[in-house]
Design a protein around this ligand. Sequence first.
Ligand SMILES: Nc1ncnc2c1ncn2[C@@H]1O[C@H](COP(=O)(O)OP(=O)(O)OP(=O)(O)O)[C@@H](O)[C@H]1O
Length: 874
Amino acid sequence: MDLQSPRPVTTVRRNPPRKAKQASSAGALSSSKPSNAVTGITPFPLDEILEPEPLQTYPLPNQKLHKSNVGVSNNLKVFLRIRPLMCPVSQCSNVAGGEARAPGRGRVSKEGDRKNMPCLVVNSSSSVTLNAPLSSLESKRAKNEVYDGFSHVFPPESIQEDIYDKVMQPLVMDFMEGHSSLLVAMGPTGSGKTYTMFGSPQQPGIVPLALRQIFKQTADNVNIQASRTYYLSIFEIHSERGKVEKIFDLLPESMPHQQASISSLKEVKISSVADAEKIVAHGIFKRSTAPTNANNQSSRSQCIINVRCIRKSDADDHSCTNSVLTIADLAGAERERKTGNQGARLLESNFINNTSMVFGQCLRSLLEHQKNPKKPIEKHFKNSLLTRHLQDYMEGKKQMTLILTVKAAQEDYMDTSFILRQASPYMKIKFYLQENNNIPCQKRKAALFITERTKRRKANISEVPVINGNDVVMDATASSKISVKDSAGEDICKQGYAEFHAEFQKIKRSEEVMRNFARALLSTLKQYKDKLKESENEVQYLKETLRKQSAHAKEMEKELNETRNIRLCVSNPPVEECAKALSFNPGVSVPPIPSDPDHIQDTVALGDENNYFLSQSPETSAKIEMGRETKALDESLSGAKTTGDSDEFSLPLHPRTLEQVDMSAEAFSSLPSEENVELSYQYSDENSESFQKLTQSSEQVGEMGQVVMNFSDVASLKGPRSNATVDVPANVHQFTGKTANHSYCFTRPTVPLEREGCILRLPGNEEISIMQAEKLQEQSGLKIALNENVQQNTASHSTEALKSEEDDPSLRPLNSQRPKRMLLPASTIHFKDFNGLFMDENAMEVKRKKTDSVKARSDGSISLIRILKSNLPR
Ligand SMILES: Nc1ncnc2c1ncn2[C@@H]1O[C@H](COP(=O)(O)OP(=O)(O)OP(=O)(O)O)[C@@H](O)[C@H]1O
């Protein structure tokens, strides 16, 4: 295959650079708030609640904190160092920030050199591209991958000082400030972990360079020199033949062990760089190594170096702080095929890989826990001595840095890919740097101290720490009592104080969160309560309005029903009424009444043809009976007025008579019984010329013909309403009444009269139909008036009407319920004003001559004429 041919570009991006977040989680919450959120209520301040003022750290009396890191959450730093290739091609490989050199270029021409072709290309100081071998690409078993987000990528040309400056120096600074830190070198076997950590005499690695800086800083400052003591421990965790793993101390046996921090681990005090380097060199020498196919001097154990600094307080000789700088050189992951290990070496290989796996599991669990705090951190650290020793780091309590070492040759593609894939997610792990002065042995002492203090507290010893504002102040007397100095000069009391202080800060923060939450909840609830009140008031108002509306609607409905009843009565009058009316009213027909109920009250049209007799008698002075009280209407009627044509409207004119209207029913029933009723009614009368006030015109005789009626208020009575019965003249058409709170209107049903079939019985027992009378009147041009002796044959008409009603259902009233009004018998109509039939004979003669086609008179009409003639005044 042609090496020059371009590779297929299939690149997978891992850990792409993070983009700035547009909005915080709280912002996202608020933006996704429901659309039906109540207006006027502020969104719940989740961000404020969850992010109270940043956790404050309270420096110990003599402790200066590294302000740049303390209290700030830092991502786990992951550095990548690419070991140079041994072949000359490595000399030509790209450098940081430079262009990736196309594989196959340069002096590679032989098939044997292909394995040394670089598979890793540096894109930038934080990104690399891992190119899969051509065979894998072609078979689509692998893709080119871009790994991004490294704290720094060290190209093959990088020297030890570069690594130290970027990787180790910040940790050393933190260490000198009193913070514990861990640096772990990870990578496949032979990738240069040990070289990076320890280097060579010519190229010293991170450990010697760190020791030099520590002692240099100490030597430069007299105060530091006087107050600090350094201890060094170096040991390896090894598993012989893959069995139980053990800790082997790598300190020189000749040196006196100063302190046993944990069982089987010893420390030696170091006071100079030379001492320290000698111990480290001895440890490296003692470390178990073995040649493999991948590395001539392959490490077979995990090597750990601890440098501990004890710093005495400036103010108090008995107090001190601890910080530990830990450097771990892990044994490289090995693949059996590559190392060619067998037997014991293979078992060691399994142990090494297992430890690397547990280490990875711990970090993954930590990462998952940080992504989802509900997910607990798995206790993977218990599965190996290494992770158990580094438990605080595995749980994210202390600061840690990783340096990955890889080989960039094609043949190392699998190892490189494995370590990059494994370690690249670790970049997302966060560490929250806190004051850190407790190593495991101190913890135990602090625990002892706390137990002891609890016992003493139970014994009522006044040593309870006093919470003063944001700080914790120990009772001075109590402090002096419990200040116990251990053999190494550590002040256990101070350690306990630090422990307690850290706990106190935690509790304080959660308390602050809860307080914020309660405050926000209260405020939101108040807002909702106000809104609820407003809504309730609104509902109340609407209910009230609805109630009024429904009452009004009921009233309207009642009025409508009444109006309908009236209409029905008009269209289907009771037979008795017809009969009664016919007995005195021979020529009235009722015109249709407008369907609009409003109109019914105001206007009723009267047909042009309506001819009727008008009678007016003294009895038309109506009486209004209200309970026991009876009042003559005459007084009230005296105020009646005629308004001429201005308010004119037409009404069917009925003979004036007394009618009783039961006021307790109908329109008055809805009135409060005890309420005073001011009653007034309207009446109608004939044309203005003949109209007289009722009280004054009792002797007047109305004229026949079309009448334009006027109305006005004629009565106004006040009194309690109780079984009110009103006797009113028949021409009173409408009652209106009002009380303090109500007004009402009662319209009298009009009485339809029919002409057909009505027979008038004349004096001398002669009968004449209305039609005949009309015709006679029309032909003769005489005005006809009936006197009171005129009787009618109502029986026959009533029988006929009843029969017709039975036969024809349409004639029956639609509402079976009759209106509660009582008409007096027709006999009460006063015909005494009708003195007889007046016939103008001359006019009749003229008329007879003019109309040749006049029909022959019937016997009835002849006899009527005879009677009339006999009655003519002499
Ligand atoms: N950056 C480098 N420059 C020059 N030589 C290096 C570099 N890195 C590693 N080497 C050399 O590579 C060889 C293997 O390195 P080293 O022993 O440090 O690998 P390792 O990762 O520790 O392997 P193991 O895990 O098997 O112990 C050593 O001879 C070392 O000198």
